[in-house]
Design a protein around this ligand. Structure first.
Ligand code: SAH
Length: 399
């Protein structure tokens, strides 16, 4: 098979050959004449040797997203079926199905499927098409999903910001195949009953990537007072309550998340435990509270990504540092700060620096009890560092 050829500049093929799936615009010597955004192209090095086959986007800085380095591999339904089956096989190897019935089945580039997300909530699949290339393959991909996984239902949530960078519009949320999901799909993770809001929730309805960190909190929360900042549907608090927390306070700026939050707290609250839900902007809230001194055994800080472009890194690090400094000031001696950053542009080293500066600013000593990334259903390929985004530190505090 032949796809339109794209030629790279001299010595621009190395990272792709080493497994990184992106080719940036600066690496392109000659663009394909007869290929449009979203088409599949064949990439050759300056010696006209085959490098990879991938999705082309003439508008994006990421000019090609590699699908395969195998020149004899056609990009057809069988190709997608095989990749999806491999992704499902990887999840089986994680043992996750013994602790939960909700997991990410396909995680884009990390599963060799750039721009495709598939999450499974108790048998209801939710798909997102993030890239122009994957969007163009929509029907083939949906047919492949059906054959490879025989799902009970496929629902679409392609209302993500990343589509705009690819020149794509949002698509209406809705059912693509099978049974219509209920308003809140009940799921379970590590003995905790939770609900995913497939229609209106953030991401595909739930933050699956924090699963391990929620479970660790469950094991540390017995008898503790927990303040959960940027709480979304109160997943961290539901786990803390399951673990015996005496009191939880959840703070989120969005009043929409409170429906699922209430359900999640009620499903897991012990008789004597108390829960409070507040709609507030965390930044001024935490500043004001911090002035009144330490009062929580555990504070969780899980903000949304605070930057879009790399040029915003310095400013964002300042915001993260101030936020964490205020959070540290709220934790009692011997207590715990659970702090996360979900921005891929904040590196592990940047994040350590944020926590170091914040603890110095709050005059506390910290030692890390744990340092985690996303759960195993969001796998990381070491050749693709851009795929690493979530960092979460559990820090024990001494005053
Ligand atoms: N910890 C959650 C996920 C948090 S996602 C979980 O495990 O499920 C980040 C949340 O921060 C979102 O729910 C968003 O509504 C909220 N948020 C964004 N900006 C905020 C702000 N300034 N103040 C309070 N909440 C905010």
């Amino acid at each position: 098979m032949n796809y339109p050829p794209l030629y790279l500049r001299k010595n621009s093929e190395r990272t792709v050959r080493n497994g990184h799936p992106w080719i940036f615009s600066g690496a392109v010597e000659r663009r394909p004449k007869d290929a449009d955004t979203g088409d599949i192209v064949d990439v050759f090095d300056s010696h006209e040797r085959f490098v990879c086959r991938g999705f082309y986007n003439k508008r994006s800085l990421i000019r090609v997203r590699s699908l395969t380095q195998n020149a004899s591999s056609a990009i057809d339904q069988a190709f997608f079926e095989q990749r999806i089956a491999e992704a499902a096989e990887f999840r089986r190897g994680t043992g996750l199905s013994t602790v939960t019935n909700a997991m990410r089945l396909v995680h884009g580039e990390s599963d060799g499927l750039p721009g495709l997300i598939v999450d499974d909530y108790a048998g209801y699949l939710v798909v997102q098409f993030h890239t122009a290339g994957m969007e163009k393959q929509r029907q083939t991909v949906l047919a492949a999903l059906d054959t490879a996984l025989c799902p009970m239902s496929i629902f679409e949530r392609s209302d993500v910001g990343t589509r705009r960078a690819e020149g794509l519009k949002d698509r209406p949320t809705g059912l693509l195949a099978g049974a219509k999901p209920p308003e809140f799909v009940e799921i379970e993770e590590h003995g905790v009953r939770l609900h995913a809001d497939l229609y209106r929730g953030q991401k595909t309805g739930f933050f699956l990537d924090q699963r391990d960190n929620r479970f660790l909190l469950q094991r540390l929360a017995n008898g503790k007072r927990v303040l959960n900042l940027f709480s979304y549907s109160s997943g961290f608090s539901a786990h803390a309550l399951k673990g015996g927390a005496s009191h939880t306070i959840d703070v989120d700026v969005s009043s929409r998340v409170m429906h699922s939050a209430r359900r999640n707290l009620e499903a897991n609250r012990l008789d004597e435990s108390r829960t409070d839900l507040l709609v507030a902007d965390v930044f001024p809230f935490v500043e004001e509270l911090a002035d009144r001194g330490p009062r929580y055994d555990i504070v969780v800080v899980d903000p949304p990504s605070l930057l879009r472009k790399h040029s915003q890194l310095k400013q964002a690090m300042g915001v993260y540092t101030k936020l964490n400094r205020n959070a540290f000031r709220l934790v009692v001696d011997g207590g715990l700060l659970v702090t996360a950053s979900c921005s891929a542009r904040v590196s592990q080293e940047d994040f350590f620096q944020i926590v170091r500066r914040a603890s110095a600013g709050a005059r506390v000593r910290t030692r890390m009890l744990a340092y985690n990334q996303h759960s195993a259903d969001h796998p990381v390929d070491p050749a693709f560092p851009d795929g690493r985004y979530l960092k979460c530190i559990f820090a024990r505090i001494k005053r």
